[in-house]
Design a protein around this ligand. Sequence first.
Ligand SMILES: CC(C)(COP(=O)(O)OP(=O)(O)OC[C@H]1O[C@@H](n2cnc3c(N)ncnc32)[C@H](O)[C@@H]1OP(=O)(O)O)[C@@H](O)C(=O)NCCC(=O)NCCS
Length: 199
Amino acid sequence: MEFCRLDRNAVDELATLEALCFTLPWSKEQLANAFGLPHFAAFGLRAPLRKGSGTGDDAPLAAYLSVYHNPDELEILNLAVAPAWRGRGHGSRLLRLVLRMAAKMGIGRAVLEVRSGNTPALALYTGQGFVQVGRRRGYYRDSGEDALVLEDSEAGILAAIRGKIPVIAVPDLIEPRPELLSRCRARCDSLLDVIRYIA
Ligand SMILES: CC(C)(COP(=O)(O)OP(=O)(O)OC[C@H]1O[C@@H](n2cnc3c(N)ncnc32)[C@H](O)[C@@H]1OP(=O)(O)O)[C@@H](O)C(=O)NCCC(=O)NCCS
């Protein structure tokens, strides 16, 4: 699996993945608008086309995660793994990779909302150190389900850094050399800038 940053060229495949994974999926238009926002970013895991082969932009998107980010906080918007790729650790791996990048940026807090009945997602998030900090009653308009607000504070994010991170195809994105990181920090003021800079 190759970890990648996604841009607006991925809108069609993201809309397909959204429709497969959510009862209230983001439309192509919503996704395209989001890519126009400076604080929005999306990341994916692409599957190799054949066993042992490399990946590229035309490799199928197995998973994606979108965020809003600011210097203090990462808001996880959506995490989706294509049904055929579920249960193999890809969702947790993608989350860990993004938390790790955020931690390297000095972002100390991650938050998200999840349906109270979404057992797989709750297991994934709590397994990564997220804890419940709130509940929004009747939040989801389709089912009336509550939203649970989960947070991963600095301790959790730092634990993700210390955790075992899988080998991926863009080493500098994961293990930026210290001198590169400090240059990044001096020149970039957003997560997206840093990713652009070190990718
Ligand atoms: C939730 C979702 C992202 C999980 O992705 P995944 O790649 O299958 O998850 P992982 O394989 O990384 O599993 C991580 C943990 O979640 C739990 N989990 C995953 N699927 C589960 C299931 N069907 N039932 C119970 N727990 C489950 C397991 O505890 C697992 O931990 P383990 O490694 O100790 O077994 C995926 O099911 C999905 O895309 N669902 C639809 C979209 C969605 O609900 N997104 C989250 C809301 S934003």
